[in-house]
Design a protein around this ligand. Structure first.
Ligand code: FES
Length: 104
């Protein structure tokens, strides 16, 4: 069960225990004021947008082309942007730090 460090939209950092084998979007959706995730993880809404801490960017699998296409449409996109529904959690991601991006 990896422990995640999540900065919410108020700038408050929290620790979340998340199960392995689900996407990062799922524990973020369950937070108060977490991600919207309105497409349920189908990579078609971008409401699960997060910024990955720079220390972690290169430790994650690179985005597939459809994720890159969705991110490209966001005004709030940064170099460290990812869609949390496209990141599968496992023990190797213990300590992963992300910030929930603003709503668009
Ligand atoms: S939940 Fe819709 S793109 Fe991630």
């Amino acid at each position: 069960m990896p422990t995640l460090r999540v900065i919410d939209r108020d700038g408050v950092e929290r620790e979340l225990n998340a199960p392995s084998g689900v996407s990062l979007m799922e524990p973020l959706r369950d937070m108060d004021d977490g991600v919207g995730a309105i497409c349920g993880g189908m990579c078609s809404c971008a409401t699960c947008h997060v910024y990955v801490d720079p220390e972690w960017v290169d430790r994650l699998p690179a985005p597939m082309s459809d994720e890159g296409d969705m991110l490209g449409d966001l005004r709030s996109r940064r170099d460290n942007s990812r869609l949390s529904c496209q990141i599968m959690l496992d023990e190797s991601l213990g300590g992963l730090k992300v910030q929930i991006a603003p709503e668009e």
